[in-house]
Design a binder for this molecule. Structure first.
Ligand code: PHE
Length: 520
């Protein structure tokens, strides 16, 4: 309103710093006042009530130390004031002076007061030399505070800047002209055209706020990878840079045959019971597995072979055909190994494991058909667990499998050392363990640098001949593997203590969006 009233009286306003707010003592010269004015100018500009030009200035503002001097006087003036007049009372000691004016003021102020001839030394103390002083520093700072500059000019300003009592500040001021829709009465413009305006006809006389096509929009939120996906990606890259190939793991539903029988897990094993494994009710049974292989597997379970006694327990076709949610990705590894051995068996098989080529076709004379392989998978598995802060009924397994002639336990340990090293776990220990499908088996413990303790991180072993021989691998081919969970390293990496914060409906989308890249 002040701008409009001033323009009405005499247009244009050459310099907004000369505007005087009625009833207020100082003119609108300060940088803050100009910022307020700019806001008003922009709102008037959008309605074409005014036009304006911007001019840049350099002005000065006080530092906190400068502001303190305006209130309390300069350091030198305070030192002078603290000293007794010459011949009146004992000279003030350095310690006393510090106590009275503070360390900083005593140090800086003494030098300046000496130089101005205000004080002198007497014995070990100080006394006043003159009866009155003019505190030029304080006066100059007062002037800067109210005008942003000094009449005395740049040299004096430069000295105050050097003393760190003032700093330069860029400022703006404006020249204002009447606009095409100039008026002194500013009605709040309408922002929306409403039904009421249309029916009453008020829209004809209303003023509308102009659209601001320059305005920044609301930031859009993009997609974000879940922490599990980030960790999965990093582990996948570790496998890939070591020359491993990813296995297909799209079979969440498996048969008892592939999840257990093929792995030489006895049909009576407790892991196969209802309280540990989820079974499907509809459909409840699988298609039959490849028949020759099925016969060899059931034979090794019941009667043994390849140097093994077998379990010598009854065999149930039904148990083998039960459909279930896979309890480990080793079920997929078994299917892949069976496929890898196809050429050793002299068969060609398609992606579903069906034989498509005749015996002997797949290989040349003197070739046993075996090709080494390094395989990995990272995918979901399911267990009928009691759920708590660290267990859900579904989680992810990471698994590496290596097949080659003459592999030893030392190769397995070596592979794992290299692999875990790449995840930042350099301190490993191996403990003998038991798996039905591996012998020997090793549990893996790592000294966790973030948790500062030994934690069990995985399981591994050399696959048994009872599993490999029925698949048709030639003698001398050894296969080893190791597995870890995906959730545990992810929770440790992101400092999450409850699994439900990571997976499920309680996951915080905000956490997911803000979680950093992994980098073990
Ligand atoms: N399948 C094992 C598990 O679920 C992991 C494992 C994989 C062990 C390969 C040995 C070899 O813990």
């Amino acid at each position: 309103q002040l701008i409009l009233d001033t323009l009405e009286k005499s247009s244009p306003i050459h310099d907004t710093r000369t505007l005087t707010i009625p009833g207020q003592p100082s003119p609108a010269a300060s940088a803050d006042a100009q910022i307020t004015i700019l806001g008003a100018l922009n709102s008037l500009l959008s309605r074409e009530i005014i036009r304006y030009d911007t001019h840049e200035t350099i002005s000065h503002v006080l530092t906190p130390e400068g502001a303190q001097i305006v209130l309390e006087g300069s350091h030198e003036a305070r030192v002078w004031a603290a000293c007794p007049a010459k011949g009146e009372g004992a000279p003030i000691s350095p310690g006393e002076l510090k106590a009275r004016v503070g360390d900083e003021a005593a140090k800086v102020g003494q030098g300046r007061a000496f130089k101005s001839g205000w004080i002198a030394k007497e014995g070990a103390g100080l006394v006043k030399l003159v009866g009155s002083i003019v505190d030029t520093t304080q006066l100059q700072l007062r002037e800067v505070d109210s005008t942003g500059t000094l009449e005395g000019g740049e040299k004096l300003l430069a000295e105050l800047r050097k003393r760190k009592l003032i700093v330069q500040k860029k400022g703006q001021w404006f020249a204002v002209h009447k606009g095409s829709s100039f008026t002194t009465s500013i009605a709040k413009p309408e922002t929306d055209l409403t039904v009421d305006m249309l029916t009453s006809g008020a829209w004809k006389t209303s003023t509308f706020k102009k659209y601001n096509f320059e305005a920044d929009g609301i930031p859009t939120s993009g997609g974000a990878l879940h922490p599990l996906l980030k960790v999965r990606e990093e582990i996948r890259n570790i496998f890939l840079e070591m020359g491993f190939e990813e296995m297909p793991t799209n079979t969440f539903v498996e048969s008892g045959f592939w999840c257990f029988d093929a792995l030489f897990v006895p049909q009576q094993h407790p892991a196969r019971e209802l309280q540990d494994t989820f079974y499907l009710s509809d459909p409840s049974t699988s298609l039959p597995p490849p028949s020759d292989y099925y016969k060899r597997v059931s034979a090794v379970h019941v009667d043994g072979g390849y140097g093994s006694l077998g379990y010598r327990a009854p065999w149930s076709d039904d148990e083998s055909r039960k459909l279930l949610l896979r309890t480990h990705t080793t079920a997929s590894s078994a299917a892949m190994l069976y496929k890898l051995a196809a050429r050793c068996r002299g068969e060609d098989i398609d992606d579903e494991g069906r034989v498509i080529g005749g015996a002997g076709k797949a290989r040349e004379e003197g070739d046993d058909g075996f090709r080494p392989a390094k395989l990995f998978s990272i995918d979901r598995v399911f267990r009928n667990e009691t759920m708590d802060a660290t267990h859900l009924a579904e989680f992810h397994q990471v698994e590496g499998v290596v097949a080659d002639r003459g592999l030893t336990l030392a190769d397995l340990i070596g592979f794992m050392r290299v692999w875990f090293n790449k995840m930042g776990l350099t301190n490993l220990r191996f403990k003998p363990a038991y798996n039905p499908y591996t012998e020997p088996s090793l549990e893996i413990f790592a000294f966790h640098p973030m948790l500062r303790k030994w934690v069990e991180i995985g399981n591994s072993g050399m696959f048994r001949p009872e599993m490999l021989a029925p698949m048709g691998f030639p003698e001398g081919v050894r296969v080893h593997g190791w597995g870890i969970g995906l959730e545990r390293p992810t929770m440790i990496r992101y400092g999450i203590s409850n699994i439900r914060t990571l997976v499920g409906h309680k996951t915080s989308i905000e956490n997911v969006e803000n979680s950093p890249a992994v980098m073990f």
